[in-house]
Structure formats: C-alpha cells, structure tokens
Ligand binder design. Sequence first.
Ligand SMILES: [Zn+2]
Length: 619
Amino acid sequence: MDKNIETVLSYVNIVEEISGFVKLKKTGRNYTGLCPFHSEKTPSFSVNETKGLYYCFGCGKGGNVITFLKEIRGDSFSDIVDYLKNKYNIPVEYTKFRKTDSSSQAENPVKKIINLAVNFYYENLFVYISNSRHIMNYLNERGINVDVAKDFKLGYAGFGNGLTALLKSVKADLDIAADMGLLVKKDDYNKVYADRFVNKLIIPIMDRTGEPIALASRIITRERDQLSNNFPKYINTNNSEIFVKNNTLYGLDKALPFIKKENAVIVVEGYFDMITLYANGIKNIVATMGTALSKNHISSLSRLCDEIVLLYDGDKAGINAINRGMELFREFMDSSDKNIYAACLSGGEDPDTYVRKFGSENLIKLINESKKPPVEFAIDYYVEKNKKSGIIKNNEESRLKSKISVIKDVVPYFKKIGNNIIFSHYVNILANKLGLNENVIRRYIESNKSWIGTGNTDYSLDTAYEISIKEDMGIEDIIVSKIFCNLVLTEYISDDIISEFSDKDAVYIIKEIQNAVKKGASQEIIKGAVEEIISGTVNADKWKRIYYSGLMSENSGNREDFKKLLMKLKVNNIDKICRDILEAIKSGNLDEKGKVIKFQELNRLKYISKEFQKKICGY
Ligand SMILES: [Zn+2]
C-alpha cells in the first residue's frame, strides 16, 4: 500500500466517518449497524475501529474507510483522499493519484453541469434582484426570508436562454445537459438548445454531503392560476448517474447532524414543508420529493436513527399517502429496535401552513401526541374509514358487519407481528376501539391462523457470525483463516500436509503465500497481496468472507492451536478412510481373507488416529 495512503488512514477514525451513514452501536470489540449496501433489518455490518476495517456478513462488502466512502458517495479515489486530507488536516502529498484518476469530481461532466446550473440560478435570484422581485415576494408570502433562501441555495430561472449560453461558454457538453433535463434540444440537426426552465423558482437538491445532484423547479403562483389544475407544480431534472429520485431525501445534508443528535427523524412530503420546518427550528427533518415513500427511504433513515415519524398532510392526498404507505409499514414494523410512527395533521393543514400559524412548539406537541405505530395507525384508519363510508350504522347487525370488516382490514398488519406481547397489546387496542371482547377478536384472528408463529425471530450479529462460520467452514477453511491472521503459519504446512487438503482453493492460497514467504517478501507486502491471491480462487466470495471474518474477530493465529488443527485435518481424513473401509467390509463383496486384511488396516488406522488425538488433546 502506498505510504501516503497509510498516513491518511492512520489519521482517520473509521467509526466517525461511517457514522455519517450508518448508526453504529458498540457490540463487544466491534461496532455494528445496518448495512448501507444491502437491505436488512438486523445488523450484519461490522466495523473494527482499531484495525480500521468494515465488513458486512450479509453481502460480503468490506474494506477500509476509503473503500467505504468511495462506494457510498460514488466519488473517485482522489476525491475521497482530498476530502479526508482537508477534513483531518493531514500533511501528505498525493498528486500522483490526480493524474491517473480520470473520474475525479472536477472532471465528472454531470456534476460540473449541475454545479454550474445551481450557481447560475442562485445568482439570478440574489444578484439580479430587480428581475426576480416577484420570486422574493412569493417566498416571503410562504414565510421564507432571504437568509433561509440563501441557506437552501434557492434560485430563479428567468426568461431567455441564460443557462444554455453559460454552458456553451465553458464548453460543457450540451447533450449531457439536455439528458439531465436542464436544456431542451430544439433542433437535432443544427444542435440548437434552449433553457428548459423559464420563469421558475429553482430548488437545488443536494446529496447528503451538500453537493448538488439535481434540481426542482416550481411554477410561481400567479402563473399557476392560469394553468389547468392538473399541471404539475414541480418539475425535476431527470435521473442521472448521480441522482435517483426515489432514493433521494430532500434536506438530508442539512438535517443529518440533527437526526443523529435527536436519534429521530421527521419525514414530510414537500420541499417547502422541509424548508419551513427547518427554518422554524425543527431541524431533524427531510422530505420525499413529491414521490411516495420508498423502501430505500426507510432503510437509509433507519440506519441513521432509531425513530422515524412520517408526518402527513391532513388533506386527501395525505390520507392517500398513508394508504400507500401501509404496505411499507407492514414490512418494517417487525424490526425490533426501530420505531416507525405515522402522524397526520387534521383539518386540511399541511406542516408548512401549520407551523406558520401555530409555531414549531405546537407542531412538535401535536406530532408527539398524535404519532402512532403503524398497526395502531392502521386500526384507527380503518375504523375511521368504515365510519365515513357509513357502514357503522345504527342497527345491531350492520354494526357488527362493519366491525368484522375492520378486523378483516387489519388482520394483515397483525400478521407481521412476531412478538406475543405486542400482539396482545394490539388485540387489546382493537377490542377497545370496536367495543368487542378481546377473546372474540383473538378467536377470529386465530381462525385465520396459518401465519401465527411465523413471526420474525431475533437474529443477532453474533449468531449470524456463528452460523456463517459453522455452516460454511470446514477444517480446511479454518486452517486457511488462521493463516490469514498469521502468515508465518504456512511454515508448518509441509508437502505431506498439503496432500491432505481436498479443497483446491485452499491449496492454491497456501502455496501462493508460501511462495511469497520463500521469496523473502515481508509480512506487510504479503498482507497487501492476499486479496489478490483470493481473487484468483474459484470461490473468491467465500474466501473473502473468511478473510474478513478473521480480520474482524481478534483471531490470534496461535502456533500451538494451529498445529493441533493440522493434526485434526489428518484425523478427519483417517476417519473418513476408516468409514470407507467399514463400508467395504459391510458390503459383503469381500471373501474372508479380504475381510481380515481390511480389519487389520482399519485397526492400524484407528491406532494412528488415536495417537494424533492424544497429541491434539494433550493426553
Ligand atoms: Zn451488506
């Protein structure tokens, strides 16, 4: 490994860096959390602070802090080194990476173009104020002052083709800008382009580090009155290599430190809900960008904090969002240590108007009083729905029917509950709401019982690790894993012992390491080459997992234990031969003389095996 990179790594705390993306908990020697690279509900992502390594036992991703940031931010190697160097004030030169790395941020055309566009629109709003006074008025009406607008880098797209001209002047690729949805191509043959956004309010969308990745445009109110109601209020730039709308949460860059501080996040539906609440002091807040809440949204938030509150508008769209969200809640409600709540504002208010009328303290109070776990939300929702649709009537029979219909609606939510106490809790709530005896409800649910008992079982990281070890690691795997921890151990592996191995990968790995040792390579160099050796095996994923398992645990690679493992390998092989001989004797295909010879062989092998066993156990 390059010396400069080693210096960088020695300055950086991997736990601190990864904590920006994953909520880590100290468990034993390591830190664990929900893996950001695959979807999971129980943590199998592990970080070793002293070794500066992370590894996911679920999907097999692992490496050091640079690998992590590179993967999660999608930035180039040199960008990450840049970022770390500046953040930790690390005194290294690394110019050689700059030259060889072509994907650095400054050269990524998509990033460059979106940066130019965001700054262009921002200047339009704040430098040429006379042209954009109507935008400022509009923002003021919504309670957004100049400071807040600047903080969120809001902008104005005026009339004309200013952005097209700017991009041309810096020789940006206009086709890419058109693909991104910033320009429109008027004439394919002559390559004539024009600005896509005209007289619009511009809301830039940042990634969680505060870098622009896309933008949204909004029609100004006066213009909207002249358009049909179906015309969308907001238009986004297109998905690109740096922007996927359904995965992005608006405002996460600003909210991130507050989400961690509060260990909770509030999710709203609109840009202005997010901006207004943030400006009014509710800072642990993000918004879905006019899209439905997605599984990705919830899983990325559940990695950052323990409580997620989904705050919906009280109007019809809000109720519809809850209806859509139900499926998602069901998926997530069984994860034991995350609390997901839904809260709904009544009377047609949205969070933006509510906070401006009544203030942030009242909104927080309202959220805390009205937030409910999804099952309870579902119960109330379906009770209300049945009331509204007039099913709950005054005669006894139809009332009972409507109650049964509520139970039918909520049974799917009960299905996901894996815990008996929680199950009873909600049966009790449902019974009270419907004025029915608990046992009646219980009996009804149990008559649809096929799913009971299929609830989630607790599955801790330790057991996941244990199982992965037990399931996949035979004696040969364990021997190789010890070698990974202490390369010198290959000294004990003679050609005689090599012949005991049946796994070709294991033999390959051992021989490669032995060759390197023979050539006089230092431990450090061989360590650096191990991943490369692994990539040459047939079952590289498995070996990589074993390699990291060893690194993450404090596996010592003790010599005496290792010698015993080698003897155990011999014993196992002898035992296998013994079993084969026994099979042959039992088969009845041998004459008496043949049987006697086989018995003698068997006794000899059993003796050797016993001697080895004695050595292994020490008696
Ligand atoms: Zn993973």
